[in-house]
Design a protein around this ligand. Structure first.
Ligand SMILES: *[C@@H]1O[C@H](CO)[C@@H](O)[C@H](O)[C@H]1NC(C)=O
Ligand SMILES: *[C@@H]1O[C@H](CO)[C@@H](O)[C@H](O)[C@H]1NC(C)=O
Ligand SMILES: *[C@@H]1O[C@H](CO)[C@@H](O)[C@H](O)[C@H]1NC(C)=O
Ligand SMILES: *[C@@H]1O[C@H](CO)[C@@H](O)[C@H](O)[C@H]1NC(C)=O
Ligand SMILES: *[C@@H]1O[C@H](CO)[C@@H](O)[C@H](O)[C@H]1NC(C)=O
Ligand SMILES: *[C@@H]1O[C@H](CO)[C@@H](O)[C@H](O)[C@H]1NC(C)=O
Ligand SMILES: *[C@@H]1O[C@H](CO)[C@@H](O)[C@H](O)[C@H]1NC(C)=O
Ligand SMILES: *[C@@H]1O[C@H](CO)[C@@H](O)[C@H](O)[C@H]1NC(C)=O
Ligand SMILES: *[C@@H]1O[C@H](CO)[C@@H](O)[C@H](O)[C@H]1NC(C)=O
Ligand SMILES: *[C@@H]1O[C@H](CO)[C@@H](O)[C@H](O)[C@H]1NC(C)=O
Ligand SMILES: *[C@@H]1O[C@H](CO)[C@@H](O)[C@H](O)[C@H]1NC(C)=O
Ligand SMILES: *[C@@H]1O[C@H](CO)[C@@H](O)[C@H](O)[C@H]1NC(C)=O
Length: 850
């Protein structure tokens, strides 16, 4: 135990001796603050320098450490301690920097060091002190002040009071670090501000102090671009970065290749055909940014806009001239582009020192705005800015006039369309119309001119021209065909597209239209359609419910030829008017309603029919609803009072109702009386005639029907037999078994049978009894007695001529009529009739066609 104690004592003694022998190897300690522009307003970095006497021998290096401690001197508060490791070489000079959280002026800072290697730890050096201003200040001072800090910095301020005192309770200086010094908490500044103020007031003292600091960003510019506008100097520009927030003396300073620049622009002399470096340095209190651009200035030509742009305008072209501000422009190859009225001209222009161009295909008498911009043609970089100029082209003769014609009320008119801005090529002053050898000057407001000659049967050759200050337009000739135009059928327009037949038209087609009912001499409109678009047209008029007459003309060497004419509506509407003069006519239970059609102009479409609604008066439900195409209708109605509504309709709908109230009267008694009287009279007449006929029958027979000798037939007539059968309703069918006749003899008497048969007496029930007319003379005897008593009695009695041997050929025609009659009437046995006449000699019987 005592041995251990002895050993320890010995060891410590040895160590002590070694330590003593080399005590405090740290010499020449220096504690200081570097002087800068702003260090008086707040110094943050404490420099400590010392020399270590224990140099490493034989060029070998040793690992050494130093413990460093920093105190606020007055209170001996340790604020920082650190161990620094160095590899000690030949030099034994050391320099350590420490950034303080508060400005070093705030209070005195003391530093002490000790050395440490693997064998020894030296003793602490004495304290080396950097004196704070709280020892000497004669008035209130705040640190830091007038200094620049980055956005986002945390800053601790200190306030040195005049003497030992306490800052007012509302101030931010809350912590005492020495007899006269108070500090704030660490304050955070998170946005740029050109100044931020801190005040330090003392309770019960009129003195106060304060400080201003500046918060901002370092420079952040970019995109340096250098161009030359005249090859003698280079102009460099760049994009500004974000606002640094710093102004005045603290703003960013720019230098380009060592020259101080204006804000955003720098000009240097150009060295053509040599690649040049341009370096821009942007610098402020918080930082530096360096931008570079490298190029041959001849590849960076950005010309100025052409200057003094001037023009010489013609009707359809313009010459533009300008000049350049460059000294050597004439040798410089350029390319120029042009914008005409806001859109690019389809051509660019190039040449050395280009200063004049010609634009063509312009419209006469038009306002133009032209912009010109140019660039280098050899090493194109960018287009220059635009130069602009406005001018008006000169007038040129107008385009030919579109001419048409119109007949109206026995007069002939020539019409033409006014020329629009593009066609007139200037201001139209007059029109000139040539008619034969006569020339008429017509004012610009007249577009329809009376060219009636009085002899409208012959063609007229009319020529129309328009005139402006440049002269007369090419003439338009129209040959107006002799009046009246060849009438054509007016058809109805059925579809929306019209078509017309092929016509060998030499100059296209003209579709012409005018309102059918309100036609006037100048209301016609027309459209010329080129030959290539042959055969269709489509409604150019849009007016609903207005009827138009549309004509299609072909054109033959300027002479129009009417091809077709039609009428119709673009869109049909319901009629706007009602039917006219609605009337009724009663006939027993039958009522005929009739009316006149809707007035033409109110039809508004093609009338397709009429709707007739019948109401029993007082009732709201119709008795009958019927539709008719004709403007009349027959209704069978019971007696009573009726209301009739009649409305016309088109495809567009129903028009308004015309109304008629009609009383169906009871006329039964009248009817009976009429019937009875009529029947009685007829019966009376019949009886009288019958009685007369009967009583005077002998006299009559003598007078009209004397005894006739039996006929002697000249030909070889043979009658083998004839059979007649009674048929329904008094018809009798007869059939000739065999008839032979060499010629056409026995027809004469038969014709009188015809007369009899075709008589119209209604009194005889046997009215339709038609005797077969045959060549047989015996036929006569087959006439029924009743017929003999009829009006044509005389004819029958008069005709004994069946015995005539020579036929009267003038009766052939009558026989033909007979034939007709028989065919019509004897339908029950048509075969018989045909057979009958077919066998006849065709030269004699020429039946008329039915
Ligand atoms: C400043 O202090 C805030 C907290 O108050 C911290 O988040 C921030 O990182 C500090 N900034 C600097 C630059 O030290
Ligand atoms: C600080 O104040 C104390 C007590 O008032 C005084 O003893 C001391 O000397 C002062 N220190 C200085 C450096 O004035
Ligand atoms: C060339 O252009 C620059 C500006 O870019 C101007 O300052 C200079 O005077 C011009 N030089 C000549 C010769 O026009
Ligand atoms: C431009 O700078 C580049 C790099 O910084 C260098 O290599 C080149 O030689 C420079 N050119 C001139 C003409 O100074
Ligand atoms: C201008 O032309 C002259 C003579 O041709 C020449 O010496 C000079 O270098 C040219 N200047 C420029 C900037 O091209
Ligand atoms: C430009 O357009 C006009 C017609 O507008 C034409 O005649 C001419 O050939 C065009 N020129 C070019 C280069 O395309
Ligand atoms: C051209 O412009 C002027 C002024 O705007 C105008 O008075 C004139 O009518 C225009 N001329 C033509 C032809 O448009
Ligand atoms: C045309 O140029 C004139 C000056 O030459 C300028 O004041 C005007 O703004 C320009 N107009 C257009 C549309 O570029
Ligand atoms: C048109 O001219 C003819 C012949 O000169 C004349 O008879 C007729 O009245 C004129 N018509 C009109 C509407 O002026
Ligand atoms: C119509 O008249 C013009 C001039 O008056 C003439 O050139 C043309 O040949 C004439 N045409 C006919 C078909 O007469
Ligand atoms: C049309 O008329 C021209 C001349 O009038 C003639 O040469 C041509 O053969 C005709 N074409 C037809 C299809 O009729
Ligand atoms: C309406 O009257 C017409 C004409 O008299 C007739 O044809 C039709 O059958 C009648 N309709 C009705 C439903 O009675």
């Amino acid at each position: 135990m005592s041995v251990w104690l002895l050993c320890a004592l010995l060891f410590s003694l040895i160590c002590q001796t070694e330590q003593d022998g080399r005590s405090l190897p740290i010499k020449e300690v220096e504690v200081y603050v570097e002087k800068t522009n702003t260090s008086d307003l707040g110094a943050w970095v404490l420099n400590v320098k010392w020399r270590d006497e224990l140099k490493a021998g034989n060029n070998e290096s040793r690992k050494v450490s130093y413990d460093v401690e920093v105190y606020y001197t007055e209170q001996m508060w340790s604020v920082h301690s650190e161990t620094i490791h160095v590899t000690q070489g030949n030099t034994a000079l050391h320099h350590w920097k420490w950034t303080s959280p508060i400005p070093l002026q705030c209070t005195s800072h003391s530093v002490r060091l000790r050395r440490r290697d693997q064998y020894h730890i030296s003793e602490w050096t004495p304290l080396y002190t950097y004196k704070g201003e709280d020892l000497s200040a004669t008035r209130i001072k705040v640190f830091p002040r007038d200094q620049v800090f980055m956005v986002g910095s945390n800053i601790t301020f200190c306030c040195i009071l005049e003497k030992e005192n306490v800052p007012s309770s509302d101030s931010e200086f809350v912590k005492r670090i020495s007899n006269r010094t108070y500090i704030t908490k660490s304050l955070h500044f998170d946005s740029p501000s050109s100044n931020s103020d801190i005040r330090c007031d003392v309770n019960g003292s009129s003195y106060s102090g304060g400080s201003t600091v500046f918060i901002g960003y370092p420079p952040d510019d970019h995109s340096l671009t250098c161009v030359t506008r005249n090859l003698t100097s280079v102009e460099c520009r760049w994009e500004m970065g974000r606002d640094t927030g710093l102004r005045g003396v603290r703003r960013t300073i720019y230098t380009l290749n060592g020259r101080v620049c204006e804000i955003n622009k720098c000009v240097l002399p150009a060295v053509p055909n040599q690649v040049t470096n341009w370096t821009l340095i942007a610098k402020n209190d918080l930082g530096v940014k360096t931008l570079t651009d490298t190029a041959d200035p001849t590849h960076r030509v950005l010309l100025r806009a052409p200057s003094k742009l001037s023009h010489t305008a013609h009707a359809r072209s313009v010459t533009l001239e300008w000049s350049w501000d460059m000294t050597n422009c004439t040798s410089f190859p350029m390319i120029c582009r042009v914008m005409l009225n806001g859109s690019f001209y389809n051509k660019t222009f190039s040449g050395k020192g280009l200063s004049s161009i010609v634009l063509d295909h312009l419209q006469p008498f038009a306002n133009y705005t032209v912009n010109v911009s140019c660039g280098s043609d050899e090493h194109f970089y960018k287009w220059s800015e635009w130069s602009n100029i406005t001018f008006t082209t000169k007038e040129d003769i107008p385009e030919a006039v579109d001419v048409w014609f119109k007949y109206f009320n026995q007069n002939t008119y020539v019409l033409w369309k006014p020329l629009n801005q593009q066609q007139s090529h200037g201001i139209i002053t007059q029109y000139e119309l040539t008619k034969g050898k006569r020339r008429e000057i017509i004012g610009i407001n007249t577009l329809c001119y009376n060219v009636t000659t009085g002899n409208e049967r012959s063609d007229q050759n009319i020529t129309v021209s328009a005139k402006n200050s440049a002269g007369l337009s090419l003439p338009t000739t129209i040959i107006i065909p002799g009046y009246p135009d060849n009438e054509v059928h007016i058809s109805r327009i059925s579809s929306r597209n019209g078509e017309w037949e092929y016509f060998n038209s030499t100059c296209g087609y003209v579709v012409e239209w005018f309102p059918t009912y309100t036609e006037k001499q100048c209301t016609v409109q027309w459209k010329k359609i080129p030959e290539s678009e042959h055969a269709t047209w489509y409604h150019t008029w849009k007016q609903n419910g207005e009827k138009y007459t549309v004509s299609v003309y072909a054109c033959n060497e300027n002479k129009p030829v009417l091809l077709q004419r039609s009428e119709g509506y673009a869109i049909e509407q319901k009629p706007s008017g009602r039917v006219q003069d609605l009337k009724g006519k009663q006939n027993g239970r039958n009522l005929e309603l009739y009316w006149n059609e809707v007035p033409l102009q109110q039809q508004k479409g093609f009338i397709q029919g009429y709707k007739v609604i019948t109401f029993l008066s007082g009732s709201k439900t119709p008795v009958n609803t019927t539709v008719t195409k004709e403007p009349r209708v027959n209704l069978i109605l019971d007696p009573g009072t009726y209301t009739f509504h009649v409305s016309a309709f088109t495809s567009g709908g129903y028009g308004g109702n015309a109304t008629l109230i009609f009383n169906m009267e009871i006329k039964i008694f009248q009817m009976i009386v009429t019937t009875v009287v009529g029947c009685s009279a007829a019966t009376l007449v019949f009886i009288i005639i019958t009685v007369l006929c009967y009583r005077k029958r002998k006299w009559l027979k003598k007078l009209l029907y004397p005894d006739i000798p039996k006929p002697k037939l000249a030909g070889k007539w043979t009658t083998k037999g004839m059979y007649c059968t009674q048929m329904t309703e008094g018809y009798m069918k007869c059939e000739i078994q065999e008839v032979h006749g060499s010629e056409c003899p026995a027809t004469a008497e038969s014709t009188h049978g015809l007369d009899l048969i075709s008589s119209n007496s209604t009194l005889f029930p046997a009215k339709h009894f038609y005797q077969n007319i045959s060549e047989s003379p015996a036929d006569v005897s087959y006439y029924p007695p009743l017929l003999l008593c009829a009006q044509k009695l005389t004819s029958i009695i008069e005709n004994p001529s069946y015995n005539m041997t020579i036929p009267e050929l003038d009766n052939v025609a009558q026989i033909s009529e007979l034939t007709l009659e028989m065919q019509d009437s004897y339908l029950p046995a048509p075969n018989f009739v045909q057979k009958d006449f077919v066998v006849k000699d065709s030269t004699c019987y020429k039946p008329q066609s039915a």
